[in-house]
Design a protein around this ligand. Sequence first.
Ligand code: 13P
Ligand code: SF4
Length: 304
Amino acid sequence: MNSDEILRRISELKEEKNAVILAHNYARAEVQDIADLVGDSFALSQAAVDLDADMIVFAGVHFMAESAYILSPQKTVLLPDADAGCPMADMVTAEALREAKKRYPNAAVVCYVNSSAAVKAESDVCCTSANAKEVVAAIEEDEILFIPDKNLGHYISTLTDKKIHFWNGFCPIHQQITEFDVTAAKAKHPSAVFLAHPECRPEVLARADGVFSTAGIIKYAAASDEKEFLIGTEQEMLHKLMKDSPDKSFYSVSKYSYCASMKMAALPAVLNALETETTKIMVPEDIRVKAKKALDRMLAAVPK
Ligand code: 13P
Ligand code: SF4
């Protein structure tokens, strides 16, 4: 099948099955271009609830599809490649979290959405990079165990007086962006504004002009009067940045910022998912109900 035939068949099946395609900002450019919504983790999880569809094809990674199912179990949620995992999400298990909770009995567990359903089920509230500051401010407790991203946790600790205990998790793609990369990129593009994702190391964020979720970076760049931007996050972001702001220039701070898991939802895999429905994401009901409480608390903490 050539790509035109694949696209035609995807569109037929979408209509037949009342399906939507949700794509993360790191998804392949050609998949973003046919998606019903392209966004950050927060926008996509809200869309999973709000969209009137029977089926969601999630061009993202496992935890995103799982969150969509947790919030909207009446919909069929498909991840085009079931192996598309997030290495950071695998850096905390429910068992390890239960042990840590014994060490910090007074701390509320704030769980970055990049985590499994079982871990969310053990947590008090979830957050994404778009709302972590508001979620931390909204909870009663002054002591927090922030899992699993130590970099996002550290960034939030600079914005609150609350005591935050960090977990030793990180995103390998953001962790490999170094301060040296920032120095080199700034030397090459001295007038560029540097926008970074909070999964970057503290010393990289300290050099940033703005720290935002993926959608926040796109929004900031589109609204800005500046013309050149250095981007400290996954490189596929440049696709939407250039599409939304064709008059501006964008440069990746590191040429190694590539999330392979995010590329697994290629067009043939999207078609296969729609055709066969063999890559359904589901969560056992007892875990789903507990995990949903943590996600619902997040959604309630931030205005729509
Ligand atoms: P956003 O929520 O900012 O889109 O980030 C998700 C992610 O996985 C970043 O690595
Ligand atoms: Fe996970 Fe990092 Fe890929 Fe985001 S970019 S999905 S945090 S590995």
